[in-house]
Design a protein around this ligand. Structure first.
Ligand code: G3P
Length: 262
């Protein structure tokens, strides 16, 4: 059974970096708050200097943490220069409470709980207890290309804590989804595309052996979606917060939209 066989209908909502309109992105709080409000939960992972896969979006620490204020952190604030123990000192929530990036009045009523970086392992434990379906996006980090050992760490954690059909792995770095597929052929994978795609897209995706294509909404034309579906690929689109746009995409044959609002 593949990841998308879990769903009877195809109008799916994926929580983008957890429930990030109301809670700090990629935090345990945002992930927990999305439970029951979406069909699956998307979050990003990267490796620390001491090889721990953690949940975090940017390769630099500045936008979503207080690294500037914490002793031991310095320019250029690259996540990969720090150990998990160091990174755990960071507050990844206060920036969000101050900035309120989605201008949600409802958020003002929420308690301002300090959140710390969580590991992939912690999220997989939660997924195992709550029977969650997850989209793990492996970030490309400019510090280093992931090694075979690091792919093995990811796959072993997935096998240890959850069933492989409960997870889909995606990445903008398509060699990463290939590496995961080679290690664990039954795991579902998706290639991500932001601005453009190769001319021979179908041949390219078949070669990658991906199950799905995750595209930016700018690329999501009716013609492209129809072609991908005809060739057997699931098409999911990010990040679509407008309800009318979501419905339009579903009418084109899109299976899931990634959204900040649940
Ligand atoms: O995985 C879908 C979407 O999250 C990709 O964009 O920038 O949030 O990683 P980004």
């Amino acid at each position: 059974m593949k990841f998308f066989s879990h769903f009877k209908n195809s109008h799916l909502l994926a929580a983008h970096r957890g429930y990030r309109a109301l809670y700090p992105e990629n935090s345990m709080l945002a992930i927990k708050k999305s439970i029951g409000k979406c069909d699956f939960i998307e979050f990003d992972i990267q490796f620390t200097k001491d090889n721990v896969p953690i949940v975090f979006h940017d390769d630099k620490l500045l936008r979503t943490s207080n690294a500037k204020e914490i002793k031991g952190f310095k320019k250029p604030y690259n996540l990969c220069d720090y150990t998990y123990k160091q990174l755990k000192k960071l507050d990844i929530s206060s920036w969000f409470y101050k900035k309120d990036p989605f201008f949600q009045e409802e958020r003002l009523k929420q308690p301002k709980k300090i959140e710390r970086i969580v590991t992939l392992e912690e999220v997989l434990k939660l997924a195992s207890n709550e029977d969650l379906l997850l989209n793990i996006e492996i970030k490309y980090n400019s510090c280093h290309i992931l090694s075979q050992k690091q792919f093995e760490i990811i796959v072993n954690l997935i096998h240890h804590y959850t069933r492989e059909n409960h997870v889909i792995i995606s990445s903008f770095e398509h060699s990463y989804v290939s590496a995961i597929k080679n290690l664990s052929p039954k795991l579902s994978t998706a290639a991500l595309a932001h601005e453009k795609y190769p001319k021979d897209l179908i041949g390219y995706l078949k070669n990658l052996k991906v199950d799905a294509y995750h595209i930016n909404q700018r690329l999501a034309t009716k013609k492209l979606i129809k072609l991908l579906k005809k060739e057997g690929f699931v098409v999911n689109v990010y990040t679509v917060n407008d309800k009318n746009k979501q419905e339009k995409l579903f009418s084109y044959g899109v299976t899931a939209v990634f959204t900040d609002f649940l």
